[in-house]
Design a binder for this molecule. Structure first.
Ligand code: FES
Ligand code: FES
Length: 163
């Protein structure tokens, strides 16, 4: 019997019916909801490619059982850009050329977005720790770290502008 699960996804209320409450959020996002921006890498919680934001925390969607999402708030990479343009974290990756194949990029962006939402001025050590949690096989991380530093500046500038 299908089990109903209600949660907020990218600011919209959604109700899905799942046959298996232990199915992962990653599979549901990609296969049932068509949100393929969240990538599937290791599927065991190591690589960070599937990072989404649940209740303000960056989490691996491959370890999140969908049956436990009732009443929770989920944001995916699809939430970040809109009619007003890219999120500052995304803009930073573009400006610093922080990607090559781009497979790891949504995970990096979501992890950094969660960090900056919690701590607008995180400092070098936390930026490095955050970037370190997401594997990239292409870039060598120099440009990803440049992107992370620029994301802090762009995000702070946008916040000032909004005041
Ligand atoms: S796919 Fe989820 S951490 Fe690797
Ligand atoms: S840009 Fe290819 S894995 Fe990071």
């Amino acid at each position: 019997m299908a089990v109903p699960v209600r949660f907020t996804l990218n600011h919209e209320d959604v109700e899905i019916h799942v046959q298996d409450p232990a199915a992962t959020l990653l599979d549901v996002l990609r296969h049932d909801l068509g949100l393929t921006g969240t990538k599937s890498g290791c599927a065991i919680g190591y690589c960070g490619a599937c990072t989404v934001i649940v209740d303000g925390q960056a989490v691996p969607a491959c370890l999140q059982m969908v049956g436990l999402l009732d009443g929770r708030d989920v944001r995916t990479i699809e939430d970040l850009s809109g009619p007003d343009g890219l999120d500052p974290v995304q803009s930073a990756f573009v400006k610093c050329a922080g990607l090559q194949c781009g497979f790891c990029t949504p995970g990096h962006v979501m992890a950094l977005r969660a960090l900056l939402d919690e701590e607008p001025d995180p400092g070098e050590e936390r930026l490095r720790q955050t970037v370190d949690g997401n594997y990239c096989r292409c870039t060598g991380y120099v440009k990803i770290l440049d992107s992370a530093r620029m994301a802090v500046s762009l995000d702070q500038a946008l916040t000032k502008e909004a005041r």
